[in-house]
Unconditional design. Structure first.
Length: 129
């Protein structure tokens, strides 16, 4: 209802109205929270921790998709929850050791006449057909 309470028809007339219009109050200035000063020693230690985390790479020890599967191979993909995402798929591309794209040939084609693609990781169960 706020829109109609602020509407005044006198705003649309050329001659001045006899009733004074209420001016909107200005919003109070935003209050900034006090900031803590970080000492250079703490800043350096935080930077070192961030660099160590950024450079740390977890080593993948699972099955290498590039060695086990080939492009065009027929597979069925079962998700981590046990449901089959596709029962008739073909491998479109093997991107990394634990990531590949599979065309779901039991689904429908898109507007460019391509099958829908599924992203398959090492958490999925892959059945060779």
């Amino acid at each position: 209802m706020g829109l109609y309470t602020s509407f005044s028809t006198s705003d649309y007339y050329d001659e001045p109205s006899s009733t004074p219009s209420k001016k909107q109050e200005q919003a109070p200035a935003q209050v900034q929270a006090p900031t803590q000063k970080i000492t250079p020693a703490v800043r350096k230690s935080l930077y070192d921790k961030a660099q160590a985390q950024a450079t740390k790479k977890e080593k993948y020890n699972g099955v290498d998709f590039r060695k086990k599967y080939r492009v065009g191979q027929k597979v069925a993909i079962q998700g981590p929850n046990g449901a089959y995402r596709t029962t008739n798929g073909s491998i479109a591309e093997i991107v990394a050791e634990n990531l590949m794209y599979v065309y779901m040939e039991d689904s429908y084609k898109d507007s460019t006449d391509q099958w829908l693609a599924d992203f398959v990781t090492d958490k999925d169960t892959i059945h060779i057909l």
